[in-house]
Design a protein around this ligand. Structure first.
Ligand SMILES: NC(=O)C1=CN([C@@H]2O[C@H](COP(=O)(O)OP(=O)(O)OC[C@H]3O[C@@H](n4cnc5c(N)ncnc54)[C@H](OP(=O)(O)O)[C@@H]3O)[C@@H](O)[C@H]2O)[C@@H](O)CC1
Ligand SMILES: [K+]
Length: 483
């Protein structure tokens, strides 16, 4: 499990650790780690041009001391002093080692640029001249190494307001910051290298966590010798309509590949015909009425993909949500519950799987605001609606009250195509039916869906059905990662 922390949590741990160490020791550890990564990136250090972008706080101090170390190894190090003040001891150390303060534009010609403008002490959008320097670094040919977080990224949320450094590598001190795992911050952090400065024992419970393949493998249900199709978990799927038959086919496909013992599909004529034709494995019930009375027992439901939003669909949604088993609500199901929030008031667990637009209707927030602060809005929705939220998008986030939010780190931009969400719903539903909690089912499904998308795409476009087909291979991939 990769864990990450807010700026305040990091600061608290740093204070506790600093109290036990001589002054400046932590910054020296940070600088040593940073310089080592930079030296690796440069290959040969001697004679290479390194530019330090130095802000007024300790983030600039880290950059200056790392610059000192590189200067001692023969690099030509120049510091651009951007702040109203500068870490004095750090600057002296750099100058003593042969480094210089830059006069004029040096960023463009650098082999390596160290972004020490701001770290966890930043607030709000980058001011000038920081914002201009961030843009110069982004336009330069040299590798950009961010200290702690790329400047312009809010360390606690991943939020970016205005300009931000786009790093090739981020060397983060002591522990991951939440903003390095959540877009848009994650997208500009590049490869993240964790520099151990001894913070571990002082860290509190994490703010967010990201599952690894090993974690997912450990959580996935495995059939035992005495398993039969009923004991392995039966999933009900209420999806599809005469207009949208494909959503039903894709959700059932995701569910069948997700390891459910059996999938019961219930729907209207056209999707029933399609599901029957595509998936002889599914047990299909044609619904004359919006009722699930004759569907048979299930351990969980997927409700909503392609279901439509008419009175018939509303009635079916009400019946499904009136059961006492976990329900995953997606797509049209989300539209129905946003019109009739009372439907979500039930004792059994609910997992909702919105994208930003669907979430905006559910909690009355602006879509762009949700995209900019995904974690905050997913948490808000979980608290306000009393459900588990899987917010889809550039970084998929799983939020549930009282637990650290989970951030998904797998996936490919090729997954942004019609129908992949239906596959995800089927997969997550299958995991729910097998007994995983909403929290674990959502985070494992997001992880596997991302891996399956990568395998299916392999650098080229994919169709949603390919993702469902690739789910077993994704499960084998996480099993191999765990070995
Ligand atoms: N503590 C430790 O033990 C260790 C800490 N370490 C390192 O220290 C970093 C934290 O250092 P920090 O607390 O000094 O804050 P930091 O991120 O440098 O920025 C603060 C300065 O930025 C400025 N500023 C703020 N917002 C701004 C904006 N929008 N646009 C422009 N300027 C803005 C603000 O200036 P002011 O507003 O006062 O002019 C303020 O002075 C941390 O990320 C890690 O790298 C490591 O060495 C490990 C040990
Ligand atoms: K930085």
């Amino acid at each position: 499990m990769r864990t990450a922390y807010t700026a305040d949590q990091i600061r608290g741990a740093e204070h506790a650790l600093m109290a036990r160490l001589p002054e400046g020791a932590l910054m020296q550890r940070a600088a040593a780690g940073l310089a080592a990564v930079c030296a690796d990136l440069l290959g040969r250090v001697y004679g290479r041009r390194v530019v330090l972008l130095v802000g007024s706080g300790d983030n600039g101090g880290d950059a200056l001391y790392a610059g000192e170390r590189l200067a001692r190894r023969g690099a030509r190090v120049e510091a651009v002093l951007a702040g109203s003040k500068t870490h004095e001891a750090g600057l002296r150390a750099l100058l003593d080692a042969g480094g210089r303060v830059a006069d004029g534009h040096v960023v463009e010609a650098a082999d390596l640029i160290i972004d020490g403008l701001v770290g966890i002490g930043a607030s709000g959008a980058l001011r000038e001249p920081y914002a201009r320097l961030a843009q110069e670094a982004n336009a330069a040919r040299g590798t950009v190494v961010a200290v702690d977080v790329p400047s312009g990224v809010d360390a606690s949320s991943g939020r970016v307001e205005g300009a931000a450094v786009r790093a090739g590598v981020t060397v983060t001190m002591g522990a991951y910051k939440t903003g390095l795992l959540v877009d848009p911050g994650a997208a500009v952090a590049g490869r993240v290298e964790l520099c151990d400065i001894g913070l571990g024992p002082y860290l509190p419970d994490p703010d967010v966590a990201a599952l690894t393949g090993r974690d997912v493998d450990g959580l996935l249900p495995r059939p035992g010798g005495e398993s039969d199709k009923y004991r392995r978990g039966v999933l009900g799927v209420a999806a599809g309509s005469d207009l949208f038959t494909g959503a039903a086919v894709l959700a059932v496909g995701g569910a069948l590949r997700g390891g459910a013992g059996m999938v019961r599909y219930a729907g209207r004529e056209a999707p029933v015909a399609q599901v029957r034709a595509q998936w002889p494995e599914a047990v299909v019930t044609l619904l004359d009425e919006p009722s699930i009375e004759h569907v048979g027992r299930v351990q969980a439901w997927v409700l909503g993909p392609g279901l439509g939003t008419d009175a018939w669909a509303h009635e079916l949604a009400a019946r499904v949500l009136a059961t006492d088993v976990p329900v995953l609500v997606d797509a049209d199901g989300l539209t129905l519950v946003s019109r009739d929030p009372g439907l979500l008031r039930r004792a059994a667990p609910v997992l909702i799987t919105p994208h930003a637009g669907e979430l905006s209707r559910l909690i009355g927030a602006d879509r762009a605001a949700i995209e900019a602060a995904r974690l905050e809005h997913a948490r808000r929705a979980a608290a306000e609606l009393g459900v588990t939220v899987l917010l889809k998008g550039s970084t998929t986030v799983v939020a549930e009250e009282g637990r650290p939010a989970r951030v998904n780190v797998t996936g490919t931009p090729w997954l942004a195509t019609g129908g992949t969400g239906d596959v995800l719903s089927g997969l997550a539903g299958a995991l729910l039916a097998q007994g995983l909690s909403c929290y674990d089912a959502a985070s494992c499904a997001a992880f596997l869906h991302g891996v399956a998308g990568g395998l299916a795409a392999d650098g080229a476009p994919l169709a949603a059905a390919d993702v469902a087909t690739a789910i077993p291979a994704a499960m084998r991939t996480v099993a191999e990662a765990a070995r």
